[in-house]
Design a protein around this ligand. Sequence first.
Ligand code: GDP
Length: 368
Amino acid sequence: GREQLICSGCGVKIQTENKGELGYAPPSSLSREVIICQRCYRLKHYNEVQDVSLTDDDFLKILTELGKKEALIVKIVDIFDFEGSWLPGLHRFAGKNPVLLVGNKADLLPKSVKSSKVIQWMKKAAKDYGLKPADVHLMSAKTGDSIMEVANLIEEHRDGRDVYVVGSTNTGKSSFINRLLKEFGAEEDMLITTSNIPGTTLDMIDVPLDDGSFLYDTPGIINHHQIAHLLDKNELKVISPKKEVKPKVFQLNEAQTLFFGGLGRVDFKSGEPQSFIVYMSNDLTIHRTKTEKAAELYEQHLGDMLSPPFEKNKESFPELVKKEWKVEPGKYDLIFSGLGWVTISGSGSVIRTFAPKGVNVNIRPSIF
Ligand code: GDP
């Protein structure tokens, strides 16, 4: 077959079909010597912050360090913010080192979710980013659920090597490390130290393992795609689910719209009447309106009826970017990174989604 082109910036597979999608590069650019995707191109030439934080020096230095080691890499992602907590480029630096991919915050998933489907989706999403994990597992660092399984997987896959735990900020990496320490460290006189990452002012936490190896907790990396970075602490509280997410069901006709606070929007452009089931923080207000009224409503009520963002922050809030989806018949989840998702199950429909500039919307076969 044809050789798969890879972006030399972030490592995603290059595609030339869908402009709004990951890895897009204009066909004309493929003749260049160095091929990079449009996102990386924009980052490089226009410094647009919605793009991956590959320019962040510290991020690169951490990755460079990882690339020099023989180690197991444990990568923590927030399953409610998979895109936002992804670390692009990691797989290239990981080299031959195995990566154990751990999805955190599983306690927030409704009970009706099938773990196997979540894992299947994580594998597929990782593959789209160019990473083939040695294993994928779900856990809750908060409740402690599946922590032992993850610890056992680490032991199995590290095979005597050191372990590096990586993750972007807010994924629950600290909670996870603290759990591990509680499970394994408390009774022993474990000497936890820190060590510096060469070329940075950053310290890692070094946890000794029983065979003389170490588990290193690397600093949380900021991924600029995270919706969390657009919000202040109190706004973030509203969108972060605290417990199992309760589905909210809306029966919609064509030309109707739902707003998720002022942070996202879905338009039912065309299709048979169907239910839109929203899985987001129970504290986030959902507003239903006619699509023809939606723009005006947003204009007039961002910050009050449509909030977060709160009134005082709405001026600096980025515009919502539109994306159109032709959804096949069947059950699909439209994922709003960092917010949650909306499950639709029509007989084929056209949907428009809106999310803050830089924050991704994606689709997956439903995890129910
Ligand atoms: P870090 O920035 O990656 O180190 O993340 P923290 O451990 O500080 O956690 C970030 C936020 O996510 C905090 O508000 C935690 O309470 C929350 N959190 C962490 N792990 C879990 C989890 O398994 N479930 C839930 N529901 N929340 C979690």
